[in-house]
Every structure is written in structure tokens, then in C-alpha cells.
Design a protein around this ligand. Structure first.
Ligand code: 2NL
Length: 362
């Protein structure tokens, strides 16, 4: 018992005087480790008679618990002191400038899309969307494409594998099927624009298999070509941020409109620089920017509308084309290269949100 009391006093002293966490750990191992002094004492219990074992065992356990508790307390004290020292030595300097962060850019197609939506939104158009995978009815038949029309050939259109029952879906070749869906599901008056992806089997300098269109549709009882012309003139002037643009309607043909027209705007190309709009020195050239027309009576009928009661106009343009014209992008294919340097150069800041009051492009 004397030796146990002596050991207790020695260990308490060692724990209390350990200089740091490492020294304390050394004390713990020397006392309670596999070959520690208290562990050694426990091993001697086996050779004692039962009475002695009970008394001595209890005494050793008491000492063991006491030392353990003191070790834990000292350990916590060292940990807290270390944390306090760390807090005292480290400071956050809130006046330092922030680290530069890499900022992404908006693709010019996204920017152009947002600009066009902002302009037509202001004129009271709603955005409509529809599926990229379409069927023959919505993409061709309802749009007055005759049965043998070349656009219906494998050569021009991406067809999906034939399904059971002979149905063959396709990737929409224009956004017009969304207008068909709108006319089938909504009653006039209708005023919608449809921006979206479109697909054609075509790939060269000026064509990519996927491209973007934006189409518009207005249906009411007395909508006429004057409305169409005014609407498009307003759009062109807002989009190109110029006033008094001359607009020329050139007769054209689309299966889904009658009459149909190609729209040109006045421009000049002096010194190799394209400038859009009427100018003091006149417009010596024309630039084709979109196609349009009055919705064909057959299209109205296919959508359950009576051509004697309703009429309207529609127009369509390529987003890539109008983006190239406004932002001076010379090569269509670069839109889809995902070249980060190109995106940095032609891309837009995420906060350059186009609005007619704040300026379309800042
Ligand atoms: C172009 C010309 C156009 C339309 C699209 C349309 C849609 C319906 C009915 C009638 Cl549902 N027309 N869309 C009309 C005229 C021209 O697009 O050059 N697009 C790139």
C-alpha cells in the first residue's frame, strides 16, 4: 500500500508539472500504457489471494481513475492554451482587397436571345416554348408543306428511328411547330415569340447542324401587313439601336405564309464597315435580315381557326445571323467551338442584362 501511495503522489506530481502536451502524453504512457507502472500493478493481481485482490484491486483502480481524470483535464488545458495562442497570433485583415475570381461570360447567342425577348416583351409578346423532338404533323403538315416537299426528305431533316406503328419523329427544322401548338391550345388574340434550337442536315462554312431561330406570331380578327411592317421596323430599330431604319419588303415564298416577304434593311458599307440604318449620306445597300408573311389560310385551318374570322402575321429569323451582324462576328462556326478565348472576347458580363430602359447593351 505504501508503494501505491508513493506511486500516486509521484504520478500526480508528474502530470501537474508536465510542461506541454507532448510531455503529458509521455507521462500517460509511462503510467497507463501497455507497460505503464499502473498497468504493471494490475498484472500482479492474478497472483494474490481473493481478499487481497479485492482490496488492492479497488485501490489501484481508484488511483488509475484519479490519474486518468487529471491527465484529461491537463490535456484540455493545453489544447485551450494552444487555441488561444493561435487566435492571438492570426488575424483576418478585412481591409485587404478580395482575391480575383474567374468570371464566366454569357454566350452571344444567350445575350441576343435575351435582347430579342426584351424587345418583343415590351411590345406585348409572350415567350412560348416547345419540344425539340417533333412529329411530321407539327413540323410539316400543319404548316402547309405538300407531301413531296424536299424538306421532308432524309437529306434535309434529322429523323429518329421509326417507332412501332410506323411513327417517325424528327428534330424540328424550325421553331414554327411551337406556333402550331400555341394555336391549337390557345384562343386568339395570340401574340407570341418562340426562341429556340433548330436542326437541319447541313454543315459547311455558313451552316451548322444545330442553330437557333426566333419566330413570332400574331393572330387576331383584323391583323394586317401594316401591323407586321410596323412591328418589324420597331424591332430592327430597337435591336440595332438606331432610329429611322429603312425597311424593304421583297416578295418571297414560304409554304406557311401568303403573301410572303423577305425583309431587308438599309445599310452602308463604306470603308468595309457595315453600318445599319438611314444616314445623312444615304443607304446605298440592303441587308437581308428576316422572312415573314401573313399566316396561310391552310395553316389557320389545320389549327382549327376559321380563316374568315381570324388572320395574322408571322416572321422568323436566325439568331446567329442577327448576332453576327450586331457584334461583328465573322464566322458562324465559332459559335459552337466552345473556345474560351473566343467566349472571353465576344461574351457578355453576367450583369449586362438587356433592358429597354437600362440600354440593351452597355
Ligand atoms: C426565316 C423565315 C419565317 C414564319 C417563319 C410561321 C409560323 C407559322 C405560320 C406561319 Cl405557325 N409562319 N413562321 C413565317 C415566315 C417566315 O421564317 O427566314 N426564318 C429564318
Amino acid at each position: 500500500m505504501d508503494t501505491l501511495e508513493a506511486l500516486r503522489a509521484e504520478l500526480l506530481e508528474a502530470v501537474n508539472t508536465a510542461a506541454d502536451a507532448d510531455a503529458l502524453e509521455a507521462v500517460r504512457i509511462a503510467a497507463l500504457g501497455k507497460k505503464g507502472r499502473i498497468t504493471d500493478l494490475m498484472k500482479t493481481l492474478g497472483q494474490m489471494d481473493p481478499d487481497q485482490r479485492r482490496t488492492f484491486g479497488q485501490a489501484v483502480n481508484t488511483v488509475k481513475d484519479e490519474i486518468s481524470a487529471l491527465l484529461d483535464a491537463r490535456k484540455a488545458t493545453f489544447a485551450e492554451a494552444a487555441l488561444n495562442a493561435k487566435l492571438a497570433s492570426e488575424r483576418i485583415d478585412v481591409s485587404l482587397p478580395v482575391r480575383p475570381e474567374r468570371e464566366g461570360t454569357l454566350h452571344p447567342i444567350s445575350q441576343t436571345y435575351d435582347e430579342v425577348v426584351a424587345i418583343f416583351g415590351q411590345m406585348g409578346f409572350a415567350v412560348a416554348e416547345g419540344p425539340d423532338i417533333e412529329d411530321d404533323f407539327h413540323n410539316f403538315t400543319a404548316l402547309n408543306f405538300p407531301p413531296g416537299h424536299p424538306a421532308r426528305e432524309m437529306h434535309d431533316t434529322f429523323f429518329l428511328n421509326e417507332q412501332e406503328g410506323g411513327v417517325r419523329h424528327l428534330l424540328r427544322t424550325h421553331t414554327s411547330p411551337v406556333q402550331i401548338r400555341t394555336m391549337l391550345s390557345q384562343k386568339p388574340p395570340i401574340r407570341v415569340i418562340i426562341p429556340g434550337r433548330t436542326y437541319r442536315c447541313d454543315s459547311d462554312m455558313t451552316h451548322t447542324p444545330m442553330f437557333h431561330q426566333i419566330e413570332g406570331l400574331v393572330i387576331d380578327k383584323a391583323t394586317h401587313m401594316g401591323h407586321l411592317k410596323g412591328c418589324l421596323k420597331e424591332f430592327v430599330e430597337s435591336y440595332f439601336e438606331v432610329s429611322n431604319v429603312t425597311v424593304r419588303f421583297r416578295p418571297s415564298f414560304f409554304p406557311f405564309t401568303e403573301p410572303s416577304a423577305e425583309v431587308d434593311i438599309g445599310c452602308s458599307r463604306k470603308g468595309g464597315e457595315l453600318r445599319i440604318g438611314a444616314r445623312e449620306d444615304g443607304c446605298e445597300d440592303w441587308l437581308e435580315i428576316l422572312g415573314c408573311g401573313m399566316v396561310h389560310p391552310n395553316v389557320l385551318k389545320a389549327c382549327g381557326l376559321d380563316p374568315e374570322e381570324y388572320q395574322g402575321f408571322a416572321f422568323g429569323m436566325g439568331l446567329e445571323r442577327i448576332a453576327m451582324l450586331k457584334y461583328g462576328i465573322p464566322d458562324l462556326r465559332t459559335f459552337f467551338d466552345s473556345d474560351v478565348r473566343w467566349l472571353k472576347h465576344y461574351g457578355f458580363g453576367p450583369h449586362d442584362v438587356p433592358s429597354l430602359t437600362g440600354g440593351l447593351t452597355r
